[in-house]
Design a binder for this molecule. Structure first.
Ligand code: HXD
Ligand code: FE
Length: 261
């Protein structure tokens, strides 16, 4: 049974024009926040191999909670699904089960990246992280726990994966950063970045297709607003994390002490 508001994509997966007009507007509205992540000075300095060592290590450590929890966000969303309850739910079920498995390896690759960058892994795994950087993981947990499947996937699989595909591609767009690592460990250290740095990565688009299939061709204004706010919030929390690490060193030290107190 097919209802008239059901979205069935006919155009290419990775073109925004293949989606309803409300989706195109939403994507466009959120892109401004995404750019602030992708173009962030921390990533510029990383790409140009001039990011201060302490900031580099602090970033890798501070990013860890989201890496650790990412499959759990997907698991929380998987719990919202019942088989055979519609095309959107069936697509989401396949996507989530498959990608939870993929993210298993990504956590290992992040740990390798951090290890080769000189991060103290035990403190990365067990330290309390700065409040500003914890906001991103807390937000993701909250949205996946409390909001609908569509809104939660928009905040995580669409917004975070989407921005990450672009910032990692930016860092990998030249060899300068990769060349900071000794040749013997370079491939291992760069694996996480390389895997995410694909301009042709279909994952965020697959998530978008699922979201639109879940809410249909004509969702309420309230639903659209919720989706848009969730996406923009994820981008803003990512930016907050990056801004935190780019603050002057003294302030960063002070804040970290505050978080540990
Ligand atoms: C960015 C810091 C400002 C956190 C990056 C989070 C990226 C999550 C990517 C997702 O695929 C999980 C993973 O471990 O690869
Ligand atoms: Fe990943």
């Amino acid at each position: 049974m097919k209802d008239q508001h059901q979205f069935v994509r006919t155009g290419p997966l990775m073109e925004v024009a293949s989606y309803p007009e409300w989706t195109q507007e939403m994507v466009h509205d959120c892109d401004r926040f995404k750019s602030e992540v992708v173009e962030h000075d921390l990533f510029t300095q990383m790409k140009e191999a001039r990011l201060e060592h302490s900031i580099h290590k602090a970033f890798l450590s501070g990013g860890w909670p989201v890496i650790d929890q990412f499959p759990q966000y997907m698991a929380m969303n998987l719990l919202k699904i019942r088989y055979g309850q519609g095309e959107g739910q069936d697509m989401a079920r396949r996507y989530l089960i498959r990608n939870i498995r993929v993210e298993q390896n990504h956590a290992d690759h992040w740990v390798n990246w951090a290890t080769e960058s000189g991060v103290d892994i035990q403190s990365m795994l067990h330290n309390q992280h700065a409040l500003e950087t914890l906001a991103l993981s807390q937000w993701c947990w909250q949205v996946c726990d409390r909001e609908s499947l569509a809104v939660a996937m928009a905040a995580t699989n669409y917004a975070i994966e989407g921005a990450t595909g672009e910032w990692s591609a930016r860092v990998c767009s030249e060899d300068r950063y990769a060349n900071l690592f000794d040749e013997e460990v370079r491939a291992k250290a760069m694996k996480w970045l390389k895997l995410h740095a694909k301009y042709d990565d279909a994952h965020p688009w697959e998530a978008l297709e699922i979201i639109v299939t879940l809410v249909g061709l004509q969702p309420s204004q309230e639903t659209i607003t919720k989706l848009r706010n969730a996406i923009c919030k994820s981008h803003q929390f990512m930016r907050l994390l990056l801004d935190h690490y780019m603050r002057p060193a003294t302030l960063l030290g002070g804040r970290q002490q505050l978080a540990l107190a």
